[in-house]
Design a protein around this ligand. Structure first.
Ligand code: ADP
Ligand code: MG
Length: 648
């Protein structure tokens, strides 16, 4: 009997609805990872409130205090009480609104999440109100509410972040690491909202004071230095509903990590693989494949064409038409690079002892001092020791001293000097900043003139061949050394591209058709790319069950081995099988053809061939690198020579 009763006795349910604080803490875990996340959410709220000035104050890497003060629209008492509740927002009215977000926030969870894991005080005053109101919260409990004296706008203070989540709090890094993340968030928001005045104060020191009404370029200059800003190429286009305003650095400014690629959509910083791929592709051939370009892309698109509600911190988006975004970004960048003159002169570093011992001693002392000041982990995320040493050696020290906190600027400079390892290549490329001006590049005649005269200076009439590999010639201010294969390949590429763009490549009929066996994959590739092959001037007919006969071939490739070329072509088409952009496939194929058609390293050239190659030099608009990213031309100035011979 007892047994039976037990069997039917209601067992307490193991499933429970979580208490609010726990729910909010869990939500906070997603949105609020570290102090920088709070900074992002609060500044975004100020921007949404229409603020014209925003001040951010941070103590102890944000662990002790994060305060954001704005002069935006403010809140009344009821709004103050509501804003800290979960799912409380003024930015969404209906579920249709979710399809076209025009504000930075919309989920109504940031303040509730922050409130759940900190001591929060919000003071706010609306225009026309006689006084301000404030609320205080602690771990999502209201502590106080009442009148307070404050200026029009809102001031939000977050103290003791994660005080009730010991595991999280312990997880926070040293102050300088958190400051690094905060700087990065601040920079992203300041770059995307240059019209808003912004100020950053870290441990009572104002490290950024950005006036309102700046341009994007001015903001870039503030954060990344005037040298980089001066070198940037400006790109601006608006087509098919996508407006692109971009600043792209010449390839010599490339970095070892993609960290300096900033993408903004409708004022929001995002990471996006489609755009990252388009950027990579646009620099192809101009830069070693392992390097990353420095670009700032500002995109504007109808909010209905982009879903920002796919990621907890909204840093990823989903496009209605990712192909459109990809192809527009790719072509805007590529066209600019094709018009730009990206020749790099060379700089020689003294062999071996690149840093003399006295200088090294001095820098070690300086570094030690900086490390002491910056705390135990000086290499905040943003400026790690692996940072590339090729990027203008002394950027930080030359740039606006207010651009970075002094100790970080110094630390970065010193890291650079130290990690410019003596084992690095002795020859180092740098950009001639005077040439790569920040002015928008236009395709007009002046641009062409400037290019021609530049090339005329660069390429003198006579050159000699060395080791059947290099062409060496005197230039106005030194010596140029040209890789014969790379130059010819570049020349051929431009010719192929020009002809391809204008129609079909001239083809030459073969005296005897070449037959070639195909694998089933190759047959499939052939079907899929029939039109491309036709445009390339390659004419084929089926020949037996599994072979084709090749009847004609591009005239410019008359010396190439047909079978070998076709095999490589199939390989390239196979590689590009998933590629939706025909433009990309065409580029790869033309690149292959140029390589095959060009004179090889080791080919001995007659004086006429050398001269005609040198003369054809003007055909290429962009140079410095072959399509595989190796340099095509090295330039040694008289100054470099004099230094090497100790004539200075
Ligand atoms: P969301 O930004 O997604 O709406 P939040 O939790 O960040 O959610 O903010 C909740 C609401 O509080 C906002 O919708 C807004 O109405 C109000 N609010 C927050 N910060 C400010 C501010 N600085 N100025 C004016 N109103 C603000
Ligand atoms: Mg918000």
């Amino acid at each position: 009997m007892v047994e039976v009763l037990e069997q039917f006795a209601p067992v307490a349910s193991r499933i429970k609805i979580l208490p609010d604080l726990l729910v909010n803490k869990i939500a906070a875990g997603e949105v609020i990872e570290r102090p920088a996340s709070v900074v992002k959410e609060l500044i975004e709220n100020s921007l949404d409130a229409g603020a014209g000035r925003i001040a951010l104050i941070v103590d102890d890497g944000g662990r002790q205090l994060i305060r954001v003060v704005d002069n935006g629209c403010g809140m009344n008492e009821e709004e103050l009480r509501l804003c800290v509740l979960p799912h409380a927002t003024s930015k969404l009215l209906s579920d249709e609104d979710l399809g076209a977000i025009r504000t930075m926030g919309f989920r109504g969870e940031a303040l509730a999440s922050i409130a759940a894991v900190s001591h929060l005080r919000i003071a706010s005053r609306m225009v026309g109100a006689i006084e301000g109101r404030e609320v205080r919260m602690s771990g999502d409990q209201f502590e106080a509410c009442g009148a307070t004296g404050c200026a029009v706008g809102t001031s939000i203070e977050v103290r003791d972040l994660f005080f009730n989540m010991p595991a999280r709090r312990k997880f926070l890094r040293g102050g300088s690491t958190e400051v690094g993340h905060i700087n990065e968030q601040f920079a992203r928001l300041a770059l995307s909202h240059p019209q808003v005045g912004m100020e950053l104060t870290v441990n009572s020191r104002t490290t950024q004071n950005l006036p309102s009404g700046q341009s994007r370029l001015e903001r870039i200059s503030r954060f990344y230095g005037p040298e980089l800003a001066a070198a940037l190429m400006h790109i601006s286009r608006s087509e098919r509903g996508l407006t692109i305003d971009a600043y792209a650095a010449p390839p010599v400014h490339s970095r070892a990590t993609p960290q300096w690629q900033y993408i903004f959509v409708n004022g929001r910083f995002i990471r996006d693989r489609h755009i990252a791929h388009a950027v990579k592709e646009s620099y192809r051939g101009l830069m070693e494949p392992s390097r990353h370009a420095v670009v700032f892309l500002f995109l504007e698109i109808d909010p209905e064409q982009v879903d920002v509600n796919v990621h907890p911190t909204k840093v990823e988006v989903r496009w209605a038409d990712s192909n459109l975004v990809y192809s527009q970004v790719l072509s805007a960048l590529r066209e600019t690079f094709q018009r730009a003159d990206l020749v790099t002169p060379l700089r020689f570093r003294p062999r071996g002892d690149s840093i003399d011992s006295v200088e090294e001693e001095r820098m070690r002392a300086e570094l030690a001092a900086v490390l002491k000041e910056a705390g135990p982990t000086p290499n905040s995320g943003a400026f790690s020791p692996s940072t590339d040493s090729r990027f203008a050696t002394d950027r930080a020290s030359q740039s606006d001293p207010s651009a970075l906190p002094a100790s970080m600027a110094d630390a970065e400079r010193l890291w650079r000097s130290f990690y410019a390892s003596p084992a690095a290549p002795q020859v180092e490329a740098y950009s001639d900043l005077s040439r790569a001006s920040g002015a928008p590049i236009d395709p007009s005649a002046t641009q062409v003139d400037r290019f021609d005269s530049h090339i005329a200076n660069l390429i003198p009439p006579r050159a000699i061949q060395m080791h059947n590999l290099y062409l060496v010639a005197e230039s106005d201010d030194g010596i140029v050394i040209i890789d014969q294969h790379a130059l010819h390949e570049r020349v051929m590429y431009e010719q192929f591209r020009e002809r391809f763009t204008n129609g079909t490549l001239e083809s030459q009929r073969m005296l005897l058709p070449e037959t070639m066996r195909l694998t089933p994959e190759q047959s499939a590739l052939l079907d899929a790319n029939a039109e491309l092959l036709r445009k390339l001037g390659i004419e084929l007919t089926p020949f037996g069950a599994d072979s084709v006969a090749i009847h004609s071939f591009p005239a410019l490739m008359k010396d190439a081995d047909v079978q070998e070329f076709m095999r490589d072509l199939f390989d390239r088409l196979a590689q590009s099988a998933g590629e939706t952009q025909t433009e990309v496939v065409v580029h790869r194929v033309l690149d292959l053809m140029a390589c095959k058609a060009a004179v090889k390293a080791g080919d001995s050239l007659t004086q006429e061939e050398i001269q005609s190659l040198m003369a054809k030099r003007h055909l290429i608009e962009k140079s410095t690198s072959c399509p595989h990213g190796r340099p095509t031309i090295l330039r040694l100035t008289k100054t470099d020579l004099n230094r090497q011979f100790k004539r200075t």
